[in-house]
Design a protein around this ligand. Structure first.
Ligand code: NIG
Ligand code: FE
Length: 410
């Protein structure tokens, strides 16, 4: 299949010039090209420039529109049952996320509902969510387990995620987050659950190829640094790549561990210290900032400005989940990154594309408009790329090109 995107007013390439991601000041540049067409064959970008094509090539006139890379949402918890608007209201009255979690709410509330849901129901709900996200420009999505917290239910969620990976239009990356909270039945014997994670779940998941990444929620009231190290080291020995939730509710040394273990990404970072920023900047671990969480928790936003100024590679993601981010739209995430985390529009665009692809280890395939990459692109009905985060409530994406196929959403 051949496709030519003809006469866009500009192409936002987000090219990283052959590197896996952009760091620090490199994030200022979105690699804008004017006067170039884009030629795609069998889902791959073959040529960028002024191009004449044969008559068997479909030509799409995109004059007056801009083309940007499909967004990569590198951190979501998109498979869950039930919602938690009551906790949103409780926090608005002054309770904290930790107080609600300690009282048995929070993650454990969603665990109760998710354990009761059938795999087919979880899958079909998540499929609708992913399709909606695709219409807002998310062409690749990472999905974590973590609302099962026992063998049967974690596997149920991972199987649902793998079915989505096989069948949905979006590319799906699956992460095992069995260490999301300590399950209620193991509150007084947490080492038993950690034994189930390291001795049973991780080896089974690796053997059955049910996840590419393993993640741990390392924070006050959740998993300690020592526990995170044990779980992540076991995952690495079993061939899984690593991610980590760190420094969300408190500063806890998670970034040091993530960089020592050469994690692909370390996520949240609301309470990252300057020392940790320096460690991150020297590493190849991508720092993933989740701007919606600070808004939902009324907490301090991650210091993305300081991270970029100190040469870190920063990505942004939605963290879509029923507790701390019901935001499923990367355009909204970009707006929040600019408004709350003090990123520039250009940095937010690179953070939502090339650096986000690097945060799931896939920047050789996704995240930029470059020859050889998969043709995942957004045709935006705007004069300027700044329009996307500026007026995020109106979807200006007129068409999504996914793997070379043009999708239309009414
Ligand atoms: O990324 N921090 C841990 N996990 C989610 C919250 C999940 C929940 O509250 O259900 C997060 O913010
Ligand atoms: Fe999360």
């Amino acid at each position: 299949m051949k496709l030519l995107l003809k006469n866009p007013s500009s192409v936002v390439t987000c090219s990283s010039s052959g590197k896996p991601f952009k760091r620090g000041a490199e994030m200022k540049d979105v690699g804008l090209i004017n006067d170039a067409d884009i030629y795609i064959e069998d889902g791959i970008i073959k040529q960028i420039g002024k191009i004449e094509v044969d008559s068997d090539c479909e030509v799409m006139d995109v004059s007056g529109k801009i083309v940007v890379p499909g967004f990569v949402d590198s951190h979501t918890h998109a498979i869950f049952a039930g919602t938690r608007e009551r906790e949103f209201a409780m926090r608005a009255r002054g309770m904290t996320y930790c107080q609600i979690a300690k009282a048995g709410g929070g993650i454990l509330e969603t665990v109760r509902q998710t354990r009761n849901a059938q795999k087919s129901k979880l899958r079909s709900q998540a499929e609708r969510r992913i399709d909606k996200m695709l219409s807002w420009g998310t062409t690749t999505i990472e999905i974590k387990s973590g609302y099962g917290l026992d063998f049967k239910n974690e596997i149920k969620i991972l199987e649902a995620a793998n079915e989505l990976k096989d069948e949905s239009l979006s590319d799906v990356v699956v992460t095992f987050l069995g260490a999301h909270a300590i399950p209620q039945e193991h509150i007084n014997n947490r080492e038993t659950y950690i034994e189930i994670l390291t001795g049973e779940l991780i080896p089974y998941i690796a053997r059955k190829n049910l996840a590419e990444f393993c993640d741990v929620f390392c924070d006050e009231w959740f998993y300690t640094i020592q526990e995170a190290e044990k779980i992540l080291s076991t995952a690495r020995e079993n061939g899984l790549k690593l991610k980590m939730h760190a420094d969300e509710l408190s500063a806890n040394g998670g970034v040091k561990l993530a960089t020592e273990l050469k994690a692909t990404s370390v996520d949240h970072l609301e309470n990252i210290s300057l020392d940790e920023i320096m460690l991150l900047a020297k590493s190849d671990t991508v720092g993933v900032v989740l701007p919606a969480v600070a808004a939902y928790l009324r907490s301090k936003p991650a210091p993305a400005r300081e991270m970029i100024d100190n040469n870190c590679a920063v990505a942004i993601a939605s963290d879509f989940n029923p507790g701390t981010s019901m935001v499923d739209n990367m355009q909204t995430v970009m707006w929040l990154a600019v408004s709350l985390n003090k990123m520039t529009v250009e940095e937010a665009l690179n953070a939502a594309t090339i650096n986000a692809a690097a945060a799931v280890g896939l920047s050789d395939k996704f995240g930029s408009i470059e020859v050889g990459k998969q043709a995942d692109m957004l045709i935006v009905d705007a004069q300027n790329y700044s329009y996307l985060p500026y007026h995020f409530t109106e979807n200006k994406i007129s068409k999504v090109v996914k793997n070379g196929t043009v999708l239309e959403f009414s």
